[in-house]
Design a protein around this ligand. Sequence first.
Ligand code: FAD
Length: 297
Amino acid sequence: MAKDGNCSLEFFPPKTSAGREKLLNDTLPALASLNPEYCSVTYGAGGSTRDTTVAAVEAITAAGQDVAPHLSFGSDNRETLQGLLENYRQLGVRRLVALRGDASVNDETGDERCIYANELVSFIRETTGDHFDIKVAAYPEIHPEAVSYSRDIDFLMAKLDAGANAAVTQYFFNVESYFYFMDRCAAAGITQPIHPGVMPITNFTNLMRFSAACGAEIPRWIRLRMEDFAEDSESAYQFGIEVISQLCATLIDSGAPPIHFYTMNQAEPVCTIAQNIGLLKGGNNDAGDQALQRSVA
Ligand code: FAD
């Protein structure tokens, strides 16, 4: 039976055995204290992480979590996707995050074809009926390739009309963008939950690069304050925790649906934020505490 949870957690599939061990032995047990509804596992552009994604899905499922593999057509054909869906079904997976994805930079076929997420959702419903709960992506600051604000909402609606159950947003630091987006979605007739995606600020240089590519705006005041801490990584970290804890508290106070944390396979930032906002109750959780200690070591 699907469980209710405080939040959902996103992981990427580790590339090395050390990364796998850390995820399964330290990061996941520490984050399990948050009682996540499900854990999602990303899928590399163009299907580039297919095997490692499946391996991570198997391992996290075996650890007792509900898992939502991310999925896109990439340059795969319908038979390959159908095989992957069947594989997930046999593993007991009941959730998916359906995406168009981006073309892989390593795509040797040179095939730049990207199949829109609404077509993938339709394909999943055609081939597997109602077996999977399907989430899709939403963009409060609008997808970088969108032709306009309103067309991006039209296409979100198309994904939901094709049979998706809910959406998870790209991360944002500007909470007003989420509230405005929610209003516009409601005005367009969207009734499904739109879960806010939250990215803890850890490696700010990487975050700036990634944000420029995915269209998430980093407010000027955050960038300037981070520059103050260029030589002081501890203060930069604490500032990031403070900013994201405040963002999460505002979202929760507004009645937003449960937050989706982009964990970047790290337990400590999400656990600290969760503690700050009351998602992670104090108390006796020795196993989780020990796993958290190991995960930061
Ligand atoms: P779509 O919804 O298909 O939209 C893509 C663009 O095309 C938008 O600009 C939209 O306005 C437009 N559009 C949509 N439908 C149509 C249509 N029918 N006709 C014309 N235009 C249309 N990437 C990965 O590679 N792997 C992951 O695991 C991954 N996980 C993610 C998880 C979340 C929660 C989010 C928010 C993003 C994730 N991404 C991931 C990034 C995502 O793949 C990219 O943002 C990608 O560019 C768009 O995917 P989408 O599913 O939103 O695309």
